[in-house]
Design a protein around this ligand. Structure first.
Ligand code: FES
Ligand SMILES: [Fe+2]
Length: 340
């Protein structure tokens, strides 16, 4: 198991994206094949490598509750054991080494979750992290680590500059940024204010390490689900909900337009070209000078450091720390730079 990523359940794919055919995904540094058992439709994840000659099992086909390799037809069950080697004939002994390691996956809230390491038995509690209503979703890969990708969720004061005009209500000054951390949840509130007092209240609520809920205006919210593809790439899924137009059909169409606009214009044309210039590409100690408005970034880094630095330590148990949160560690006099 890679220690690059915190022990956790990671959202790796939307449930609706897994239909009757095997699907290859790379998550947490591993190539996986996902498919659904015929008997009950449950999602299965195996290593996407046939142990016979090393080709991708995702090229194969679902056969009963198993997956049959397309090269020589070996059949692998949902637990990864091989149950049929056609060239040896029925009843032939099959070595237990002829197996494709299975990974634990669960489905919750319309997502398939992958268990990475000895995480708790249940995936994430999403209470307070998602709205209902007219929604739509979209996914894209970000060419940055999980740490770099998720920490950007807490960076809101770039909006009135990089996304000038898109959120006219958001002013350049972050007034009273306030951050609470409790049981792996980070909650950041503040107000992006103009000089004349107009402004936008913002809320970011994060469940470590990979689910982030945003409320930027009374009628607009979205949740971003992040999962590491590998050390340098992250899969990101955004679900938008809007109440401007609470009408089924038209409301969902508006939500889909919001997703398209966010991914195509905001992320691809504005955020990504800017973030790609960020150096170093991997976070190194002391490379940034955070300010008060970056308090959420600082707290996420602290949780991440705790999660990956000690294999035996509970990864997400920093206690409520209002005082520390109000002053990013990079601002505290004489404070050694965070290793993450
Ligand atoms: S490589 Fe898969 S059955 Fe031979
Ligand atoms: Fe942005």
């Amino acid at each position: 198991m890679s220690r690059s990523f915190p022990v956790a359940w990671y959202p790796i794919l939307e449930s609706r994206a897994l239909t009757g055919r095997p699907r290859a995904v790379r998550r947490c540094g591993q190539d996986l094949v996902l498919y659904r058992r015929r008997s009950d439709g449950a999602a299965v994840a195996l290593r996407d490598r046939c142990p016979h000659r090393g080709v991708r099992l995702s090229r194969g086909r679902v056969d009963g509750d198993g997956l049959r390799c397309a090269y020589h037809g070996f059949l692998f069950e949902a637990d990864g054991t091989c149950s049929d080697i056609p060239c040896d004939g029925p009843g032939a002994h099959i070595s237990p080494k002829m197996c494709a390691p299975a990974h634990e996956v669960r489905e919750q809230a319309g997502l398939i979750w992958l268990r990475h390491g000895p995480a708790a038995r249940a995936p994430v509690d999403l209470a307070g992290l998602e709205d209902t209503g007219c929604g739509a979703s979209g996914a894209m890969d970000w060419p940055f680590s999980l740490l770099r990708s998720v920490e950007s969720n807490f960076d809101l004061h770039h909006a009135p500059h990089l996304h000038r005009g898109i959120l006219p209500g958001a002013g350049p000054r972050m007034v009273q940024p306030h951050c609470e951390v409790h049981d792996g949840r980070i909650e950041l509130t503040g107000r992006l204010e103009h000089a004349d007092g107009r402004g936008m209240d913002v809320l970011v609520r994060h469940q470590f390490p990979s689910v982030t809920y945003f409320r930027l205006a009374r009628s607009l919210s979205f949740t971003v689900f992040d999962a590491p593809i590998d050390d340098d790439n992250t899969w990101r899924l955004a679900r938008y909900h809007q109440d401007f137009l609470p009408v089924p059909g038209l409301g969902h169409l508006l939500a889909r337009l919001l997703v398209w606009f966010e991914w195509t214009v905001v992320q691809r044309r504005q955020d990504l070209p800017m973030v790609e210039t960020m150096r170093p590409r991997r976070y190194t100690p002391g490379c940034d000078r955070l300010v008060r408005a970056d308090v959420g970034v600082a707290q996420y880094r602290k949780l991440y450091r705790a999660a990956v630095s000690d294999e035996h330590a509970p990864p997400i148990t920093l206690s409520s720390s209002r005082a520390a949160a109000e002053t990013p560690d990079a601002l505290q006099p004489g404070h050694a730079p965070s290793p993450l």
